[in-house]
Design a protein around this ligand. Structure first.
Ligand SMILES: *Cc1c(COP(=O)(O)O)cnc(C)c1O
Length: 391
C-alpha cells in the first residue's frame, strides 16, 4: 500500500505541469529584457508566510516590487504595507490600501512627505535619530513612532549594515525624547538583513533586540509594537527553509524571547515576490579575450544598471537557464551590455554556462521578482529599463 502510494507520487513528480510563468515564457517573444511576474504566486507566498507568522501583520515592503498588480492583489488579501516615500504611499492608497494599513518605515523622510502622510491618515512612523523625531513631531503631531535598532551581527547574504538604526543607549534617549515631543513611542524595529536563509540565523539579533526591549520597558516605556522587519529569503540555489516553516520558526523564537507582545509586524519584501518572477533576457555576445583564456565572457542584454543591481559584490547569485542546458559547460564571466566597466555581474566566482551558448540565445533568470525592476535605471547608455509584465 505504502509502496503503491510512493510510486504514484514519483510519477506525478516526473511529469511536472509547466507553471503559468513557464507557459507564458515559452509562448512569448520579447524584444527587450522583461520581468514576468505571476501574481498568483505572490498570493501563494503571502498565504504561506501568513500561515507561519500567525497573529503578526504583514507589511509588504513596497520597494521590492512596486508593480500595481502586485500591490492590488496584496490589498485584496488584506496585506498591510511598509512605504518609504510619498510616491510609495500614493501608490498604495491609489490601489485601495487603507491609511491605517500603511507604515512610513524609512528612517530618512522628507518633511513634506511626513506632512503628506499625516494628512492622508497615516499615523505610524519609523525613526532612528533625534532630528527625525523632531520632523515627525512637527509634521505629524501625536503620531506613533517606533525606534529602529542597528543590527550588530547579520548573517544575511545582503546585510543592511550600518546605514539604519541606532544602538541601545541612543534608543533609550530617543524613546524619552519622542515622549517629550508629544509623540507616542510604541515600539522597536530592526531588520535582520535581507536574504537571511534560515530562521535560526535570527537568534543573535533577536537576543540583542529582546535585551533592549526589556531595558526600555524597565525604564517605563510602554512598548506595544515589535516590528521584526524583512529578511525572509528566496531560493537562489542555496538551501532555504520553506516559507511557512521559516516564518513559524521566527515567530517561535520571538515568542520565546519577548513573551506576549500586543502587536507584531513583519515586513517581507524579497520573500513575498522574488520567486513569483522570472526575467527573460538574451545573450548579446560570447567571447574570449585571448586564445589562452580558460574562461569565456558572456555578455547579456541585462546588467547592473538594468535590473541586476543586487549582483554588486556578487552578493545575490541568480540562477540562469538556457535552451542549451544539458550540453557541456565551462566557466564564464557574466557581464551586462553597457559601456561601463562596473557592469560585470560575476567574475570572482565565474558562472558555469553551456559551451554551445551563442549570441541570440534566450536566458531565463529564475526567482528574480524582487529588487530588479525597481532597481533598473531609466535607460543608462540608451538601454531600455527592465520591462515588467504581470500575468
Ligand atoms: C527593504 C526593507 C524591507 C524588506 O526586506 P526584505 O529583506 O526584502 O524582506 C523591510 N523593512 C524595511 C524597513 C526595509 O527597508
Amino acid at each position: 500500500m505504502t509502496m503503491h502510494f510512493g510510486e504514484a507520487q514519483a510519477s506525478v513528480a516526473a511529469l511536472p505541469v509547466p507553471s503559468r510563468l513557464d507557459a507564458y515564457l515559452a509562448q512569448t517573444a520579447f524584444d527587450r529584457p522583461t520581468l514576468v511576474i505571476d501574481v498568483d504566486r505572490v498570493e501563494q507566498q503571502f498565504l504561506a508566510l501568513k500561515a507561519g507568522l500567525g497573529e503578526a501583520d504583514i507589511h509588504y515592503a513596497v520597494k521590492a516590487n512596486p508593480a500595481r498588480e502586485v500591490i492590488a492583489r496584496l490589498v485584496e488579501l488584506g496585506s498591510h504595507f511598509d512605504a518609504a516615500s510619498r510616491g510609495e504611499i500614493e501608490l498604495c492608497l491609489s490601489l485601495g490600501a487603507r491609511p491605517e494599513a500603511i507604515s512610513f518605515g524609512n528612517t530618512i523622510k522628507r518633511a513634506s512627505d511626513i506632512a503628506f502622510a499625516y494628512a492622508a491618515g497615516i499615523t505610524l512612523f519609523a525613526a532612528d535619530a533625534e532630528e527625525e523625531l523632531e520632523k515627525i513631531a512637527h509634521h505629524a503631531p501625536g503620531a506613533q513612532v517606533y525606534i529602529r535598532i542597528i543590527v550588530e551581527n547579520s548573517e544575511a547574504d545582503w546585510p543592511l549594515s550600518r546605514k539604519f538604526g541606532c544602538d541601545r543607549d541612543t534608543a533609550m534617549v530617543l524613546l524619552a525624547h519622542a515622549k517629550m515631543l508629544g509623540l507616542d513611542p510604541v515600539g522597536l524595529s530592526f531588520h535582520v538583513g535581507s536574504q537571511t536563509r534560515k530562521a535560526e540565523m535570527w537568534g543573535a539579533t533577536l537576543d540583542q533586540m529582546a535585551r533592549i526591549w526589556t531595558d526600555a520597558r524597565e525604564r517605563g516605556h510602554d512598548l506595544r509594537l515589535l516590528n521584526i522587519g524583512g529578511g525572509f529569503p528566496a531560493f537562489y540555489g542555496e538551501a532555504i527553509q520553506a516559507p511557512t516553516d521559516y516564518a513559524a520558526g521566527v515567530m517561535r523564537m520571538v515568542h520565546a524571547r519577548f513573551g506576549a507582545v500586543e502587536r507584531i509586524m513583519a515586513e517581507p519584501g524579497r520573500g513575498l515576490v522574488a520567486e513569483a518572477g522570472a526575467i527573460a533576457c538574451e545573450v548579446m555576445l560570447v567571447s574570449r579575450k585571448s586564445t589562452r583564456d580558460t574562461h569565456r565572457w558572456v555578455y547579456l542584454d541585462i546588467g547592473k544598471f538594468s535590473g541586476l543591481a543586487e549582483t554588486i559584490d556578487e552578493a545575490i547569485r541568480y540562477q540562469f537557464e538556457t535552451p542549451r542546458d544539458g550540453d557541456a559547460t565551462g566557466p564564464c564571466i557574466l557581464a551586462g551590455p553597457s559601456c561601463d566597466s562596473a557592469d560585470v555581474l560575476y567574475e570572482k566566482r565565474p558562472m558555469p554556462m553551456p559551451l554551445s551558448l551563442r549570441a541570440g540565445d534566450r536566458v531565463v533568470i529564475r526567482n528574480a521578482g524582487a529588487y530588479t525592476s525597481s532597481y533598473s535605471s531609466v535607460g543608462f547608455n540608451g538601454f531600455p529599463p527592465l520591462d515588467v509584465v504581470v500575468i
